[in-house]
Design a protein around this ligand. Sequence first.
Ligand code: F6R
Length: 627
Amino acid sequence: MSDIGEENDILAYGSIFCYILEMCGIIGYIGKKQALPILLKGLRDLEYRGYDSAGIALINDGKIERVREVGKVDMLVKKIDGHKFPGNIGIAHTRWATHGGVTEKNAHPHIAGEGKLVLAHNGIIENYRELKKKVKGPFESETDTEILAKWIFLNYKGDLSQAVKKALLSVRGTYGLAVMHADHPDEIVAARLGSPLVIGIGKDEYYLASDVTPIIPYTKQVTYLDDGEVAVINRKDLKIFNLKDEQITKGITKIDWNTEKAQKGGFETFMLKEIFDQPTVFEDAIRGRIDMKEGTAKLGGLNMSPEEMQKIKRIILIACGTAFYACMAARYAFERLSGIPTEVDVSSEFRYRDPIVDEHTLIFAVSQSGETIDTIMALREAKRKGGVVRGIVNVVGSTIARETGAGTYIHAGPELAVASTKAYTNMVAILLLYALQFGRLHHTTVSTGQRMLQELLEIPEKINKILKNSDNIKILAKKYKDYENFLFLGRGVNYPVVLEGSHKLKEISYIHSEAYPAGEMKHGANALLSKNFPVLVVMTQNQLYEKIKSNVEEVRARKSEIIVIATESDKSAKELSDDIIYVPKTMELLEPLLNTIPLQLFAYHIAAMLHRDVDRPRNLAKSVTVE
Ligand code: F6R
């Protein structure tokens, strides 16, 4: 992965800093066995991370042999089709593009030095332009990885590990990488900064991979590389250095996971893993997309000049399900920061209601899969009517990404559980950045912008804090799991939060639940309240705090059990509730980023205790491609 296709791209999705550290997969082998079958199986084991192309390279008879192919690993196997690639040292890579062309030339491994050196890499080289001036063309691909390969080769003076260490001293960015050189058929050099790598230790053999999944069929003994470390692996031993060339002693970890558990990162389900992925993928979503000096966002994928942005008089966010709730959560920021009237519509309604759209209307089609038919049809309708349409999408190259032609990838990585969690959080993050970018062209001041960005930077740590409370939320889940109905209440920015929380609970636990704006209760829903109808209220300390507090008093008078999500150390919320979950304080507009997380965990733990198939709830599909 790690493309630099931006300059050449027809699609203007994102910017050069759009990258995901977790997604692509590296596998390497050095030992006595034939490397090819190990590498191909390893690639298959890593496919769950997402893929669009794959490649392998082996050293045989002092020469590097390489095969790459677009598509699934099966396509690569088909291309290899019976050709023998003998050799007992090799590296391989599955790529999951974040932008830029999905082509064979962009697939890894990349070569340098007329095929002498080969490199597989996850991450991004931020100063690739600088390095590009120092190395020699021609360049086969649009990737920064190829430049890195050439840069390492330029530093090569007969010792591969020294070349890697020296080259990396002047690299800015992130990497998990594996390098081989035809003249060193006994050595793989690996390095890590920001993108995971683990080394499996066998008898006179070593495995190298982005996670333990492809390693565990062969050995349970592993060593994790840490940031700033370089591993020099040969058949007989493994040495680990820092970039100052000092040798480091590392411990060995024993893994007792099976492949399935390893793919889930040790979690019971993909959904739980994805909930816990959120701090990391949130960082991926905002990295390189903020301009602290100007107090604004820089989402190049919008593909509009400030003058064109100024002409936008109305914004419409269209989406389905969880993506729709993400849009609702961000609407407050659009209106408050930019003053531009912003509507949110369910795609299946928008497409049939003959919407009023003109060339001053900007429509964001928001979708994790990028394949939701209702959203595709809605964006076509918006285009037909002359609107300016952009995509906010997770899956690169999906239909919505292609049909909108410009927009932003949310970089949540593959989301495999049907119930969306990390994609929601990253959608909200990107929408908030857009709201700020528009806001700064209107009445939002630089200091408000800076404050919001600072708060955004603190979100991953705050999400982590909430995740640490998962076991306490599990205890609550045990208490509440047998109720047949739930009511979720919120106001303002927390109304969409409870809609999403209630949606999650329904989807995966099959318990009936409804979400209401708390101020609306007295107009009907109060009639539902009784001892057997627990109410979950999100009442963090924002401008509507006092209002929702009195709503909760009314609920209390009707004897319902009350679970409250409140701001840390809010004692009066505790007095109002039977049970309380605290969340850290943040700026009001950012609250959905935090307040949704305990609701995801609450729904998750209830569903798990009820033995539901959490990753694949009944009657639901991950990608809804039919109307
Ligand atoms: C909820 C969920 C669905 C999707 C909806 C839209 O957890 O997964 O409600 O959010 O089907 O899907 P995308 O975002 O792929 O357009």
